[in-house]
Structure formats: C-alpha cells, structure tokens
Design a protein around this ligand. Structure first.
Ligand SMILES: [Zn+2]
Length: 354
C-alpha cells in the first residue's frame, strides 16, 4: 500500500500507466510539462511519479509505501526529491529557486537511484528564472527527471516547451468525478450542489471538492454573473470592480480568466459542438455561464451565426490575453498596484465585445 493519493484518482490512471511504461522501457523523458485545468491533480501526479521513481520496491500498483524512500517521501523529506513552488500565493518563482534546482541536479543521488525535481506553478517563473531553467534543461543528467507543473503551458517560453515532453491531464466525465467525490471520508453532499460545483470548476474534481468544502460556490457564481453582465453591456465596470474586490486579486483574476477561456472556447467551436459539449467536457453542459452569455449576445440569426461566433470568439481571445497579461504583472517582482490593474481589466471587459 502506498501513502500517496494520485493512484486513487481514476482519471489519472492512464497517465500514470504510460509514465510507468516509459520508465520500464527506459524511455522516460528527462523533462515533462504536466498541463491541464486546475484541480485535476497535476502536482499530485508529479509527486506520485517521484515516489515511484525513488521507491526501492515499486509494484505494478505504484510505490510500495513501506521502504525507507517511501517513508521519506510521505513526509516530503526525500533528499532525492526536490519540490519547488512560489513562496507565497501570488508570487513568482524566482531565479534563486531555479539556481537551487540547477545545483540540485548536479549532485549525485543520495540513495543511488533516480533524482526528481517538481516545479509547481512553473508558468510563474519570471524571465531570469526562465533563462536559468533553460540552462539546466540543456544539460540533462542521467536518471534525473524534471516535472514542470502548470495550468497554462502556453505561458512557458517556447524554448522551454521545446525541450520538454508535454503531458496534458484529461478532464474526467461527470460520472467519474461524482463517483470519486462520493468515495472521500465523510463525503455526504447534495448531488445537485456537487454537480453545480463541478460545472463551476470546469469539470475539475479536486477544485469542485474544494468548492464543496469551503462553500465558495455562491461567491464564484456571483462573480461570474457580474463578469458576464459587464461583458455583454448589462452592467457597468464599476459594478464588476466591486464584485472582483471581494476576493484576493489573484483569485479574482484567475476566476475571470477561466470564465473568459470557457466562453472563448465554446464560441469558437462549431454550433453543433457547442450544443453538444459532451465530447469536450465529459458531459458537463457549461451552463449557467454559457447560457447567460449566449442569450445576451443574440445569436438567433442562423446565417450570421458562424461569422458572429468567429468575431466574438476572437475578441474573447484578445480579452483573455489582456487578463493573462494582468495576471503575469501581479506575479512580477515589480509589485504593481492591484486595484489599478483590476480597474483597467473591468474597463477592458466592458469594451471587449463592442
Ligand atoms: Zn517504496
């Protein structure tokens, strides 16, 4: 039995299996980018693989959970596993942290086996950190593996991306997510409420679970409604700013970023695909955001539909880029004024589809 959890996430099994097979066939890449929506277990899978690679007696199920290495991993103390993340929420990964990683890969293994480094929120590297990482990636060391974990692989520099193998975690179906949510300790919940949390989380079971436990769903839904109202001209930028100001700036920006991404994605799909999103989001119809949005942008004229979808979709992509830029500024060391950033985003949102 192992102490780690990703083996219990049914939607990750295929990815874990494929990584294990690569390892058994000596075909594991030196560096991976683990991508996919927030709340799918990317960090957990990276730590699982680290535990598997350093375990003395791994089984087909995963790490043994009993050997010295597994015990050290269970307390996050394994000398051959390095885990790096921004020091505080909303902060960047610094060049000093990446230098620590570079030094680490040059030291030989304590236990004589693999060495693994996990870089969480890898897209939050500032440019000097990113350049430092590139040097490390250019000189791979035998039996040393690097996992870059990120919700937004597109924000990593193209040269970093070109030196890593990409793995995107799949979003599970509604049934799989609900079944998993029911298996947790003392997880008794109203099924409709759980479904609402899954919809609001874009189908990510871990994020949905977090929303169920911290009861943040009403706040998130209120912010989404306000954002869509501002986007479609039914409300003012001031009103959106008031809604955004109820959360931490980073949380607020990340939430409107994911709402914009969802709207843009659905807008740019063909009409048939948008009406039947089952193939893309595991049977999760993206209401209520999508239906509110589609009602308000008046898509009734069939002939104009395709042209209008493309136009609005592209405008949403541009808005996404602006929100993303603001998010990056928040993470930059220059310490920007978050109120001014949010104000400017509200104004951009109100103008985005005009
Ligand atoms: Zn073990």
């Amino acid at each position: 039995m192992n102490n780690t959890v990703a083996w219990e996430y049914p939607w990750l099994q295929n990815v874990l299996e494929s990584l294990k097979r690569s390892h058994q066939g000596s075909a594991l890449a030196h560096a991976y980018i683990l991508g996919g929506t927030r709340g799918l277990g990317k960090k957990q899978i990276a730590l699982e693989i680290a535990a598997f690679l350093t375990c003395v007696k791994p089984s087909t199920e995963g790490p043994c959970g009993a050997c010295k290495s597994c015990q050290l991993n269970a307390t996050a103390n394994h000398p051959d596993v390095l885990y790096l993340a921004p020091k505080e929420p909303g902060k960047a990964l610094t060049v000093d942290q990446i230098r620590r990683l570079s030094d680490y890969v040059h030291v030989s293994s304590h236990a004589g086996g693999a060495r693994v480094a996990v870089l969480a929120e890898a897209d939050k590297m500032n440019s000097s950190a990113s350049n430092a990482l590139l040097k490390t990636l250019e000189e791979p060391h035998e039996s040393t593996y690097l996992f870059l974990v990120t919700d937004s692989p597109g924000l990593l520099s193209p040269t970093i991306r070109s030196r890593c193998q990409r793995l995107t975690l799949p979003t599970p179906s509604l049934e799989v997510s609900l079944a998993w949510m029911r298996t947790g300790k003392g997880n008794e919940f109203d099924e409709q409420h759980a479904i609402s949390c899954l919809k609001a989380s874009g189908g990510s079971p871990l994020l949905a679970m977090e929303m169920l436990l911290d009861e943040s769903l009403p706040n998130r839904q209120a912010l989404e409604r306000e954002f869509i109202a501002c986007l479609t001209g039914k409300s003012t930028p001031e009103s959106l700013l008031a809604a955004l100001s109820k959360s931490e700036p980073v949380t607020a920006i990340e939430q409107i970023l994911s709402t914009t991404a969802l709207c843009a994605k659905l807008m740019l799909l063909s009409t048939t695909e948008a009406n039947d999103t089952s193939s893309d989001s595991g049977g999760l119809a993206p209401s209520p955001i999508w239906s509110q949005f589609i009602d308000r942008v008046n898509m009734s004229d069939a002939e104009e539909n395709a042209r209008r979808r493309a136009l609005l979709g592209n405008r949403l992509v541009r808005l996404y880029d602006e929100i993303e830029k603001a998010r990056r500024q928040l993470y930059s060391p220059s310490n920007p004024n978050s109120k001014l950033l949010l104000e400017s985003l509200c104004w951009l949102t109100s103008r985005a589809l005009k």
